[in-house]
Write a protein that binds this ligand. Structure first.
Ligand SMILES: Nc1ncnc2c1ncn2[C@@H]1O[C@H](COP(=O)(O)OP(=O)(O)OP(=O)(O)O)[C@@H](O)[C@H]1O
Length: 241
């Protein structure tokens, strides 16, 4: 579980994120929506500690994380996978080989040396099955669509032990039908594997259809938080007007 309280971030003495409060529970699909420049990406950067924040607290699974400390980075690295421009996949390997690499990376060195390749194979197949990706197992990553690559990247991240996946605009550049398919797949994956997925989105209708929690931002603040429901017209206006 993630609990953020009163987080604030300044850049060049200018307040960019203010009074950010929210919580996310295990297994939720969370979408962050808001107009361009409202602070969505910056919030993800704070959550992944790719950037520092100035005030506030961040609690992950009961552990308080102080920015820029070794301990916080270690905890984050173990629990959170941030899918940005590079998805962390080897394009010349199959989905299965990529997930298998993830399984091996998660093991301590002695496990890598003495665990059998067959064990890693079985574990990787289990993960692909759990996430509904068996049909992609033997396809090379460079032959997959963007959406399929994202799903395999999520499988690899979970193989490495991540329980929270964070993605910035995972459907940007996709046509509406494909975008819908990707978010629907995300929803299914959170349900099947009990992983938490947090992503920014531009399309409110997809958030309303599939998200467990919608976080609406405007001018660096959270102005709406809706759990398991559509937004009211007033809420929509408070974000986009
Ligand atoms: N490194 C930076 N230096 C100065 N200002 C920045 C920096 N990074 C972000 N900002 C500002 O912070 C605000 C929030 O930016 P952010 O990228 O988080 O918005 P966003 O909601 O993700 O927008 P978009 O939907 O266009 O990606 C913007 O006004 C942006 O100009």
């Amino acid at each position: 579980m993630i609990r953020i309280q009163n987080l604030a971030k300044r850049i060049n003495n200018q307040s960019i994120l203010r009074h950010i409060d929210f919580q996310v529970f295990k297994g939720e699909l969370v979408t962050i929506i808001g107009p361009s420049g409202s602070g969505k990406t910056l919030l993800l950067e704070c959550l992944t500690m790719n950037t520092l924040w100035h005030d506030g607290s961040y609690n992950l699974n009961g552990k308080d994380l102080t920015p820029n400390t070794y301990r916080a980075k270690r905890i984050l690295k173990k629990e959170i996978a941030y899918l940005k421009d590079t998805l962390g996949l080897n394009p010349n390997k199959t989905s299965l080989q990529n997930v298998k690499d993830g399984v091996k990376e998660a093991k301590p060195i002695w496990g890598r040396l003495f665990g059998t390749s067959q064990d890693a194979h079985m574990e990787a197949m289990d993960i692909l099955e759990k996430l509904g990706l068996l049909d992609l197992a033997h396809k090379k990553v460079n032959k997959l669509s963007g959406g399929e690559q994202q799903r395999v990247a999520i499988a690899k991240a979970t193989a490495k032990g991540a329980t929270i996946i964070i993605a910035d605009e995972p459907v940007s550049g996709l046509d509406p039908l494909r975008a819908r398919q990707v978010i629907e797949d995300f929803k299914n994956m959170t349900e099947r594997a009990n992983i938490t997925l947090i992503c920014t989105l531009h399309r409110l209708e997809l958030a309303e259809k599939f998200a467990d929690r919608i976080i609406g931002m405007k001018d660096g603040r959270i102005v709406v938080e809706a759990v398991g429901r559509r937004l009211t017209e007033e809420e929509r206006n408070s974000i986009f007007d």
